[in-house]
Design a protein around this ligand. Sequence first.
Ligand SMILES: Nc1ncnc2c1ncn2[C@@H]1O[C@H](COP(=O)(O)OP(=O)(O)OP(=O)(O)O)[C@@H](O)[C@H]1O
Length: 339
Amino acid sequence: MSSHAPMAQPTVGADEALLRVDGLYTHFELRQWGFLRTGTVHAVDGVTFTLDAGEAVAVVGESGCGKSSLARTLLALHRPTAGSVRFAGTELGALNGAALKAYRAQVGYVQQDPYGALPPFMEVKRILAEPLIIHGVRPRAERWRRIKAALEEVGLTPAADVAAKFPHQLSGGQQQRVVIARALLLRPAMIIADEPVSMLDASVRVEILNLLHRIQQEHRLALLYITHDLSTVRHYVDRAMVMYGGRIIEQAPVGALLQRPQHPYTEALLSALGDPDAANAGRPRPVPGGEAPSLIQPPSGCRYHPRCPYAMVNRCELDPPPPDFRPHPEHRAACWLRE
Ligand SMILES: Nc1ncnc2c1ncn2[C@@H]1O[C@H](COP(=O)(O)OP(=O)(O)OP(=O)(O)O)[C@@H](O)[C@H]1O
């Protein structure tokens, strides 16, 4: 275990999830000249799931399916259009002022673009001191003790040298380590990592994912790992949820999802993954054909039906499948094939 003190865990009843998301909608109104309504983006469109304390769950889906909008709603950066988000039993919509500040201390955020996430004209020490100052951690020596421990925990040593640098003096991987250190400083119970490695060189991606995984395990953090890349979830999460057109269309323990995908979209994502066998390197692989759905005018019925090779006429284009057909215990799929 590192020098980082154990993280303060919020009080959660034995049978209660740390995070409970129920029928969540986040829509964005599009307006011309600031007032003329021209459409609505259904970015998050009826999402329900739970995340237990200490559990790691991936949200996987292609670009534009609503993953970041979901993350930002959970971080209370977007106000939901409808539905409920409960954290440790408390409704997020009911929080403001000091209570919202306390919630934000419980949830660490790791963004996609580390350089964009770090103020360029501040030294690392100042960047990391900021959240501690905002949350009233005193005196200065205690702040430095925490900053040093966090830098050491993410492998940035000697901490004093790194702390004196500006973001541009660090590599992309080191910058992302600083972002992770900042997410840990307030000893959160949950981390939301939104595409944490997609902007990094391929050579450091595994290192950063391993680091996040080690921290998640050591501190028994809940982790919501958001990615477009299904190939990166296997070793890092307990469960995976697949998002398509603003909705969760499949969720299962990660092994079951990868071995027995139940939704044709998950199947297509899996078959598009690289084959580790070098003998098959030249073999063409099918990728999910067709266009990602519009979230302004989403397809009727099942949102995947225009691309689905198994779409059933008079069924899939008419009725949205409920999200919880259970082909196996613990496995849920929103597909009429699994009715
Ligand atoms: N503040 C906003 N106002 C209007 N539309 C938005 C806003 N934020 C996101 N959107 C739209 O919502 C949809 C979902 O975007 P979102 O960023 O959540 O998807 P994503 O799956 O995270 O994709 P990516 O990985 O490319 O960021 C997109 O059509 C996007 O243009």
